[in-house]
Ligand binder design. Structure first.
Ligand code: ADP
Length: 470
């Protein structure tokens, strides 16, 4: 706090120099910045013309000056105690809070120029580093993609000729690994472009429902392989054609559906699309991707949309992934003017919902938009894709649970007979989840069956299977 005798000012620690002087030109207060820059321990009783000899003249009863007092700033030369000087940008005006006094605020122009130069140098260096990083990522991903595609091409050619079952299996595994590697490379490239603010959307007109069919087709084999139910519903309010970045909308949906598939062993996955708002030619679409999978604990929800974050290390060991998918989805959705959210209950399932804005060619005739709240209420009240249905499936010895268990057990045995141990492990995990609420003797038998599957021991699996009384 600074004082002028009668007033108290909260300006002692300000970075700019602050001076108070009265009608006689006598300085009554100088803040710490003014004292240190001008080389005074105490400035009281100095005359203002000592500091600004080019601007103020001392007269018998005070001072004379051509400086225009008010809010406008002027460039002046200020003198230090040792008579050296430097330029300042100064404003002076009457101090309304303390009549008969003036306040002067001055900034060191040399220091400001120096700071400005430093800031632009730091900014330039940061931009250069970001450019280099983006170029490096682009080069590395390109270099990585070339050999991966080389391997993929050769594997596909070999697959056309080879008939031996074991070799086909190995080649298919290599093909899948190459596909995963390509996904990873694309994710890293997208992430780096989004991070550098260089991502540009490419909107064009497309048939909305055809796009959804294409998305569904891409996941169809995995859905049937896992024995899950899949529902896709589009509100009649959603226009036939829209203008938007189709490729990126497909990418967001693919990512959410792949995650739902990855983390769901039993039950269903549902995709719903609604039209939630219309402003002239702009339409807001709302998507919900829900599953009855492992769910996410409340404590992990806030990590979800951050880059490189997975709920915990055991998840990445078991299910793979880089933790980039949802962060890319969030950034893409935001570029499309919307937002993304998740709701989940551990062990019950998850709902990922996002909104985007697309354009329609014609101004849509205003129809009442879909009511998202009503849809969510239906979902939680036990309709398609509801958590309650998931609980029903999980609850041991209900008719639905029995039916599911039988279905998964017969698929397990089929996989074992075909020696597809990877699939067998997958069905085993579903069976384990379906029997979580079973009496302990059943769970013990399931555990023994699981161990036999993990050891890829055909005889033991069959043995344990026949002992099961489900
Ligand atoms: P990744 O590529 O590793 O899957 P994501 O960003 O897509 O990365 O997902 C981050 C993490 O969020 C996942 O590792 C998982 O822990 C959690 N997660 C995402 N979707 C689901 C889901 N449908 N059910 C349960 N957990 C999920």
């Amino acid at each position: 706090m600074g004082e002028c005798g009668t007033c108290v000012f909260p300006m002692e620690d300000a970075l700019e120099m602050i001076l108070m002087f009265d009608r006689t030109g006598r300085i009554s207060y100088a803040n710490a910045a003014a004292r240190s820059k001008l080389g005074y321990e105490d400035m009281e009783n100095q005359h203002i013309s000592t500091l600004f000899p080019n601007t103020f003249r001392k007269t018998e009863d005070g001072f004379e000056s051509d400086f225009s007092f008010g809010d406008a700033a002027g460039h002046l030369i200020i003198y230090r105690r040792n008579l050296t000087c430097f330029p300042v940008e100064a404003r002076m005006k009457e101090n309304a809070g303390c009549p008969g006094t003036y306040i002067c605020m001055a900034n060191d122009l040399l220091e400001r120029e120096h700071l400005g130069r430093e800031i632009s140098q730091v900014r330039e260096e940061a931009q250069q580093a970001a450019r280099m990083k983006a170029e490096f990522v682009a080069n590395v991903t390109h270099e990585l993609r070339t050999p991966v595609n080389g391997i993929l091409g050769n594997v596909r050619e070999l697959l056309d000729d080879v008939t031996d079952a074991q070799t086909v299996k190995t080649l298919q595994l290599i093909e899948r690994c190459c596909g995963d590697m390509n996904k990873l490379i694309n994710n890293i490239l997208d992430f780096s472009k989004l991070d550098a603010g260089k991502f540009v959307l490419e909107p064009r007109r497309f048939h909305f429902r055809n796009m959804l069919d294409y998305v569904k087709a891409q996941h169809f084999s995995k859905i049937t392989e896992k024995g899950l139910d899949f529902f896709m519903t589009v509100s009649p309010q959603v226009p036939e054609y829209v203008i938007g970045d189709e490729l990126r909308i497909v990418q967001i949906l693919n990512n959410l559906i792949s995650n739902a598939l990855k983390f769901t062993a039993v039950g269903e996955i549902a995709v719903q699309v609604l039209r939630t708002a219309q402003v002239e030619k702009q339409t807001e679409l709302f998507f919900i991707v829900s599953d009855t999978g492992i769910g996410i604990g409340e404590e992990d929800m806030d990590k979800l949309f951050q880059s490189f974050s997975q709920v915990d290390a055991s998840i990445s060991r078991k299910y793979g992934g880089t933790g980039l998918g949802l962060s890319i989805c969030r950034q893409l959705v935001e570029l499309m003017g919307g937002g993304i959210e998740a709701e989940s209950r551990k062990g019950r399932g998850s709902n990922f919902s996002f909104s985007i804005w697309v354009e329609t060619e014609e101004e849509e005739t205003p129809k009442a938009p879909d009511d998202v709240k009503a849809v969510f209420m239906r979902m939680f009240a036990g309709g398609e894709g509801s958590g309650e249905e998931a609980e029903d499936i999980q609850e041991y010895d209900t008719p639905k649970n029995r039916e599911n268990l039988k279905r998964h057990l017969s698929r397990l045995i089929l996989s074992v007979e075909m020696e597809n141990w990877e699939k067998a492990e997958m069905f085993m995990e579903s069976i384990r989840q379906l029997t979580e609420g079973a009496p302990s003797d059943v769970r013990r038998q399931i555990l023994r069956l699981k161990m036999a599957v993990q050891k890829e021991n055909y005889d033991k699996v069959m043995d344990e299977y026949h002992k099961l009384s489900i």
